[in-house]
Design a binder for this molecule. Structure first.
Ligand SMILES: Cc1cc2nc3c(=O)[nH]c(=O)nc-3n(C[C@H](O)[C@H](O)[C@H](O)COP(=O)(O)OP(=O)(O)OC[C@H]3O[C@@H](n4cnc5c(N)ncnc54)[C@H](O)[C@@H]3O)c2cc1C
Ligand code: SF4
Length: 528
């Protein structure tokens, strides 16, 4: 190993270049394990490619850049030399690969060290640069998860079907989460049955507001840059108050645990007009940027249960999302990329309606979810799965277009978690790899779970006619389009049985109404 030397750039030439990506904002990440600030240097870059390969929303771009710049400063305070490329630096080459190539030329490191990236595309591009420049690339395990990609692959090996429940139980046992003497605490693995309440006609009780962080000077500079440079991108920066540092993320976690976790489970699936935050944690962005680790969030929730501050049903429901779903989708993503992106099991080809980008629709539930999404860069899970996602599924939108939209609009959107959720869970485009059945429902489900139907010009009970709810029409049309395939799915038996009751006249009326609706929303009728 050579000692420190001085390069032509501002940073001392490095023995090893520690590559830190925009969603790896942790001073304890594995790439630092044996690194020495005297000899090794950190490299980070903001590049336009990450904001334009999908039409990324303003809040999403702003969150990444603001958090990255705060992390750069934290690294420097901790004694690291950081070679940092800003988006607005003159001559920014616009892609990670081009910027890294240039940095290697200038800094002449002997090796690259990288914590495993979340996204397949990014890993491939860094591997290509390392190969091209002949540098060794040391890729380290990402410790922000409970499990490794290899452990998931071992779990999946030899199984005909993957199911969240088995993976979740295995992780609970392995990590001793909510376990007592080898058994699940409370005698049950799952409290889903307690966690499906709606708010009823009186609506939600007072909801403790989420932690908000007024943008500091550094964040304001980013907001200005994003507002100018990405003016035409979707979304608004007006309400931007996301945590952009680890200290702020820890505050958000503490507020959630103290104030909203006790009711999280009960109203996990509920919807209410104009209410975006409800009793959810809003921690996905901080988790995905690695300002928090999954372990510390799960342990904080478990601790709240043990101290009697939150009921088991809420705590289990919350832990299931992180220890269960989050680890599960990551495993699926890495097992099946890059082919996963191409999956389209239901042969859906319609374009995404333009109103997804401006919320101009008269469907009250959908308008509300879209407006809130564009205003905050956030929507809770049921808005994503059972309002926006459900509509796209029933209409038959091309899953890649749906994926592009979800990856663009949410501040927590990163491909490894967004793609399996969109393509698999929400659009059933992977044919059942991720979920055991399509999440298909009519307007009556939305009527039950929220209050939007009251203020809507449509009627969720009607599938045809002037007041027919598009969800209800499209639900039946979806079942009709896929009747043969769905009949083979044991979990769809009831739905297909109900479909069988419709005579040919009724079926044709529904098909005609669905065609009319698709034409109205700009979905040319390519799929009958
Ligand atoms: C179509 C679709 C797209 C999605 N895209 C993303 C995405 O880009 N990024 C993302 O982090 N989540 C995504 N999710 C999962 C989930 O909707 C969000 O994690 C959640 O709504 C974020 O809000 P929250 O932090 O308040 O979550 P909470 O409701 O408070 O849940 C707690 C945490 O559990 C985790 N979690 C919950 N559900 C899931 C899930 N299905 N998969 C993985 N982790 C989960 C998240 O880390 C979340 O912060 C998507 C879901 C759907 C249906
Ligand atoms: S009637 Fe249909 S479109 Fe209108 S709010 Fe209810 S479910 Fe949504």
């Amino acid at each position: 190993m050579s000692g420190a030397r001085v390069s032509g750039g501002g940073m001392p030439a490095t023995r090893r270049l520690l590559v830190v990506l925009g969603d790896q904002l942790d001073l304890q990440a594995a790439c630092f394990d044996d690194a020495d600030p005297q000899y090794d240097g950190v490299w980070m870059a903001e590049v336009a490619e990450e904001s334009t390969h999908v039409w990324s929303s303003k809040p999403r771009i702003a969150l990444f850049l603001a958090a990255m710049r705060h992390h750069r400063d934290a690294l420097r305070r901790a004694g690291w030399a950081v070679d940092y490329r800003q988006l607005d630096d003159e001559g920014n080459r616009g892609t990670l690969a081009a910027e890294l190539r240039e940095a290697i030329k200038r800094l002449r490191p002997e090796a690259l060290v990288l914590t495993a990236p979340g996204d397949w595309r990014v890993l491939e591009s860094i591997k290509a640069v390392a190969a091209e420049t002949g540098l060794p690339l040391d890729i380290r395990e990402d410790r922000h998860f409970f499990s490794s990609v290899r452990e998931f692959a071992a779990h999946a090996k030899g199984r005909k079907q993957l199911r969240l429940e088995y993976w979740y139980r295995e992780l609970r046992q392995r990590h001793g989460i909510l376990m007592a003497d080898g058994q699940p605490v409370g005698g049950q693995w799952n409290f889903d049955a307690d966690n499906r309440e709606s708010f009823g006609k009186d609506g939600p009780p007072p909801i403790p507001p989420p932690a908000r962080f007024e943008p500091d000077a550094l964040t304001r500079e980013v907001l200005r840059l994003v507002g100018e440079r990405f003016a035409l991108h979707p979304g608004s920066l007006a309400s931007f108050a996301w945590p952009v540092t680890r200290a702020q993320a820890l505050q958000s976690l503490a507020r959630f645990i103290d104030e909203r976790l006790p009711h999280f489970g009960q109203w996990q699936d509920a919807l209410w007009t104009g209410e975006v935050w409800l009793f959810h944690s809003h921690l996905a962005a901080a988790l995905n940027l690695k300002l928090l680790t999954a372990r510390e969030v799960v342990l904080a929730a478990q601790d709240a249960y043990e101290k009697g501050k939150a009921p088991l049903s809420s705590v289990e429901g919350f832990i299931r999302q992180i220890l269960g779903w989050r680890e599960y989708v990551r495993g699926i993503y890495w097992m099946h990329m890059p082919q996963y992106l191409e999956r389209n099991a239901l042969g859906a080809t319609r374009p995404l309606p333009a109103f997804f980008w401006d919320a101009k629709t008269d469907m009250a539930c959908l308008r509300d979810a879209l407006e809130l999404t564009l205003a905050h860069g956030y929507a809770h899970h049921i808005q994503r799965l059972m309002v926006t996602g459900l509509y796209a599924l029933l209409l038959g939108v091309d899953p890649k277009a749906v994926h592009g939209w979800y990856l663009s609009v949410y501040v927590d959107a990163v491909e490894w978690v967004e793609l399996p959720n969109t393509l698999g869970m929400s659009q059933f485009a992977d044919g059942g790899l991720m979920a055991s059945k399509p999440y298909a429902a009519s307007g009556k489900y939305l009527q039950r779970m929220g209050n939007h139907c009251k203020g809507c010009r449509y009627d969720p009970a009607q599938a045809t006619g002037d007041r027919a709810c598009p969800y209800t029409t499209l639900y039946w049309d979806f079942l009709l389009r896929h009747e043969e395939a769905l009949a083979k799915n044991p979990r769809m038996v009831m739905q297909v049985k109900n479909l069988k009751r419709l005579d040919e006249g009724r079926r044709e009326a529904i098909r005609a109404q669905a065609r009319k609706h698709a034409a109205l929303v700009g979905g040319a009728d390519e799929q009958g």
